[in-house]
Design a protein. Structure first.
Length: 640
């Protein structure tokens, strides 16, 4: 099955996620049901098949690892919430429902269809090399077998087919489409009069009594509080710190160099050109013999004058990717080409031409152009690199034991970090104005939520004891202690009186603006023929004329059966009175009418697909074990 994938054993997950599984970017990967040992308590059931706690845990772990690859500094704790577990479970349920539906509807593609889709569908273009192979440069680093790749591709294609007919061809009712497009693109002509709080500031003068009442009002009290903060000191134990203490001898380094000499030898690469005469491996024998005869004739022509290889390749090669370049394939290493091609290319000397080489794709005539690499770097040239690697490996081995000792020391000698600093020769870092919520000003360990949680625990803030050693990732531990702690507290009125006065004045000015705006609205409704201003604006969602978003939303939502129509809009810091005088057609600058209808049809199709998916969930009796899910959520959120 799927023979042409068997030559490649690993795929690059990032490309695979983006190009092969777009519908599962945020979903887990099917197959967790094949996990054997572990917690098998069911959290959900689809069509009689259980989704176990283990499957859910693995799906969540995969989601965390994917996020870490994209954002290496992200805190995994962000994913350890009931909401994230629910999202992961919903993804697994969706995957299982679509798989069951594909099976029941006989939508599972055959090997031949999967092979054909891969070779011809443009969405897989970046996974293919010019010869139609899975590109070996792209499919590396994950360690996935060809069978796994083919199976996942088959599952993805099958799942897409379940909903594809709805999302790709749904037709929205004309009336609904027209109303929706009007809401998005219709233009309305209006006049507007604004009452801004800033224009009334000169007319308000808060008294001391009003200032004190505003300050004491619980609604505003939080604005005049000093946040919780602390002055702290901390130590970081990581591989860089341990590497400094690793003893290194010249003999150790030379031995390391000898044991790893292959790593210090540049891999040999070869540059070749080829002429391909296509002949599929499944083609009739007569067709393959005809193609071989053509290749033999071309080989004879090349041997007469090898210097004309590029010219002959441009004229005769059937490899669209290289023919225009005279057959040039650039430099490649071992494993990049099919084995018969590689064996022939690595058996030639620069300038030599091979015989006719047969592969699954046809017949090749190969000319070796150049060879590079294969040279071993001298010990002296890589000594610094070797020393750094040697120290790093020793430090990594040592870290596990030192991590235990570090945690024990900061716990047992909890009134100071100095003993641990002296033993491991670590710097005691000091920081003031540290907040429980880090914000943008706190970096490094002080931006780590787990470390901040430990620093602001009662034992650290009240008893001034060291925190335990906190794992903040990448073989890095941090322990700290609070030197000075200041709880959140209300600032004295005398200290914030100017701020209180400003906010109270702004509030009073806004109240005055809204009162006058409401009066103007009532007067405008009483005399609808009277213009609000001399200026008229035509607005749409795309052309806002720099009006506040609440005004645009209110104008485009307002009933317009009778014109002029009036409305008042509370802007928070003021008020706007609007007179809608005329309706215009859809804004042509906002969207092409044909494309707009197509986009709306896609949205409608997606809605129908979601409804169909909901029906499938019901048909295949999807249930969720809420008690099991709640139990695991409680365990996950419990403090360590």
């Amino acid at each position: 099955m799927f023979d042409f994938f068997r030559r490649h054993t690993r795929v690059l997950q990032f490309v695979l996620v983006l190009l092969v599984f777009p519908s599962f970017v945020f979903f887990g990967i099917q197959g967790y049901s094949r996990m054997s040992e572990g917690d098998q308590q069911s959290v959900a059931t689809v069509g009689g098949r259980k989704i176990s706690q283990m499957e859910l845990d693995n799906a969540l772990r995969e989601r965390i690892e994917r996020a870490r690859r994209q954002m290496p500094g992200i805190d995994a704790k962000l994913f350890e919430t009931p909401e994230m577990r629910r999202l992961a479970l919903d993804a697994l349920i969706r995957e299982r429902v679509l798989a069951v539906a594909a099976d029941k509807l006989y939508l599972v593609p055959t090997d031949e269809r999967v092979r054909s889709l891969f070779k011809n569908d443009p969405q897989f273009a970046q996974l293919r090399d010019p010869d139609g192979f899975v590109n070996p440069m792209v499919l590396s680093a994950l360690g996935m077998s060809s069978e796994m790749f083919a199976q996942r591709l088959r599952e993805d294609i099958a799942a897409k087919q379940v909903l594809q007919g709805l999302t790709g061809s749904a037709a929205a009712p004309a009336a609904a489409a027209s109303a929706a497009l009007d809401a998005m693109y219709q233009q309305r002509e209006l006049q507007i009069q604004r009452f801004d709080a800033k224009d009334f500031l000169a007319k308000v003068a808060p008294t001391d009594a009003e200032i004190e009442a505003f300050y004491k009002d619980p609604v505003h009290a939080a604005q005049f509080r000093a946040p919780e903060e602390a002055s702290v000191e901390y130590l970081v134990l990581d591989l860089d710190a341990l590497k400094k203490g690793v003893a290194v001898s010249e003999d150790d380094l030379r031995k390391y160099y000898t044991e790893n000499e292959k790593r210090f030898t540049a891999p040999e690469e070869r540059r070749a050109s080829h002429i391909l005469i296509k002949a599929d491996k499944d083609a009739a024998k007569a067709d393959r013999e005809k193609a071989r005869a053509k290749a033999e004739a071309i080989l004879a022509e090349v041997k007469k004058d090898p210097s004309k290889f590029a010219e002959i390749a441009k004229k005769n090669s059937e490899d669209e990717g290289s023919a225009e370049k005279g057959g040039d394939l650039d430099f490649f290493g071992r494993g990049a080409m099919v084995k018969p091609f590689e064996d022939a290319a690595y058996g030639l000397k620069p300038g030599e031409v091979s015989g006719v080489v047969e592969s699954d794709f046809g017949y090749h005539v190969i000319q070796l152009v150049a060879v590079r690499g294969g040279e071993k770097k001298s010990y002296e040239s890589v000594r610094a690199e070797i020393e750094n690697e040697f120290r790093g490996q020793k430090a990594q081995t040592q870290f596990a034991q030192d991590a235990v000792d570090f945690d024990d020391m900061v716990y047992q000698q909890a009134d100071s970090l100095k003993p641990a600093a002296d033993r491991w020769k670590l710097e005691v870092v000091k920081a003031d104005h540290v907040m429980r919520e880090p914000g943008s000003k706190q970096t490094g360990p002080l931006a780590n939520p787990k470390f901040l949680e430990a620093l602001f625990a009662s034992d650290a803030t009240q008893n001034k004891r060291n925190t335990k050693a906190i794992d903040i990732g990448a073989s890095k531990l941090v322990a700290g202690r609070v030197v000075k702690y200041s709880p959140a507290h209300q600032l004295p009125l005398a200290e914030v009186k100017d701020k209180v006065r400003q906010q109270l004045a702004a509030s009073q000015a806004a109240t005055m603006a809204k009162k006058l705006g409401a009066e103007k609205l009532a007067a405008a409704k009483a005399a609808p023929a009277t213009a609000l201003s001399d200026n008229t604006l035509i607005v749409s969602r795309a052309q806002t004329r720099e009006l506040p978003r609440p005004v645009i939303d209110a104008v485009l939502r307002a009933p317009v059966a009778t014109l002029p129509a009036f409305l008042g809009v509370d802007l928070g810091d003021g008020y706007a009175v609007v007179r809608i005088t005329k309706l215009w057609g859809r804004d042509p600058s906002a969207a092409d009418p044909v494309k707009a209808k197509e986009q709306y049809a896609l949205v409608w199709g997606d809605a129908e697909a979601q409804a169909y998916y909901a029906a499938l969930k019901s048909r295949y009796k999807t249930t969720i074990n809420e008690s099991a899910l709640a139990t695991r959520d409680s365990a996950a959120s419990a403090p360590n």
